[in-house]
Design a protein around this ligand. Structure first.
Ligand code: ADP
Ligand code: TMP
Ligand code: MG
Ligand code: ZN
Length: 196
């Protein structure tokens, strides 16, 4: 059997990962090819049973909490599988995706490559390594306006850790230089707060 293709779409928030994923959905849809879409249950920002982009285009999706649920929810005759927000799914997703690809299914995944703390999201890293194609998207930097945004920056201070669902109220996309500047400013203001 001919192998499927694994395409992994990565980048910071607002870089168009979900939109790009949806553009591939449209290609299969127009070609009347059977497909299914999945998203992690944790991502409840817009609607539970849809993958939704920031500019509100959407497609029906099955919410999952474990990668194995993908295999349980497919019929076996799908030509493609789409998975958004892969950073929130555990690393066993790799085994599911590789099995699907071996069975001739095209798999399109999208998600964040880096946390707002500049650490990698392990599932995304692993899938990027196994991918036939990696598409790295950019956002417009919220600070300098250049089309060089490669990392997300968290604008609110809390103790929630690196997994924290949200959108414009919490995160911006910035370029490397602006990321460094903003973090420096944050450290300086923390220092001042400790002094007074
Ligand atoms: P992602 O899944 O990567 O967060 P989406 O595909 O959901 O991205 O949304 C991309 C859309 O977000 C763009 O088409 C644009 O309309 C909007 N947008 C908002 N802020 C920005 C930004 N800073 N840079 C680029 N697009 C942005
Ligand atoms: P988006 O890439 O489609 O905009 O969605 C990213 C989601 O990931 C959003 O719910 C915010 C969340 N997130 C984290 O949990 N940790 C992070 O470090 C970042 C940058 C985003
Ligand atoms: Mg998205
Ligand atoms: Zn910038």
């Amino acid at each position: 059997m001919k192998s499927g293709r694994l395409v992994v779409i990565v980048g910071p928030m607002y870089s168009g990962k979900t939109s790009e994923l949806l553009s591939y959905v449209e290609i299969y849809d127009l070609g009347k090819k059977k497909f299914k879409a999945f998203k992690p249950l944790i991502d409840n920002r817009y609607e539970d049973t849809y993958i939704v982009s920031h500019n509100k285009t959407k497609v029906n999706a099955i919410p999952i909490s474990k990668p194995e649920e993908i295999l349980k929810n497919i019929d076996g005759d799908e030509k493609a599988i789409f998975i958004d927000e892969i950073q929130f799914i555990n690393e066993n997703l790799k085994d599911v995706v590789i099995t699907l690809r071996k069975n001739g299914v095209d798999v399109y995944c999208s998600g964040l490559d880096l946390t707002f703390k500049n650490n990698v999201f392990p599932t995304t890293s692993v899938l990027m390594s196994y991918a036939d194609e990696v598409i790295k998207k950019k956002a417009v930097c919220h600070e300098c306006g250049e089309y060089t945004g490669t990392i997300s920056y968290k604008i609110v201070e809390d103790e929630k850790g690196e997994i924290d669902v949200g959108g414009f109220e919490k995160y911006i996309a910035v370029c490397r230089d602006c990321y460094t500047k903003l973090n420096k400013k944050k450290e300086e203001s923390k220092k001042m707060n400790r002094l007074f």
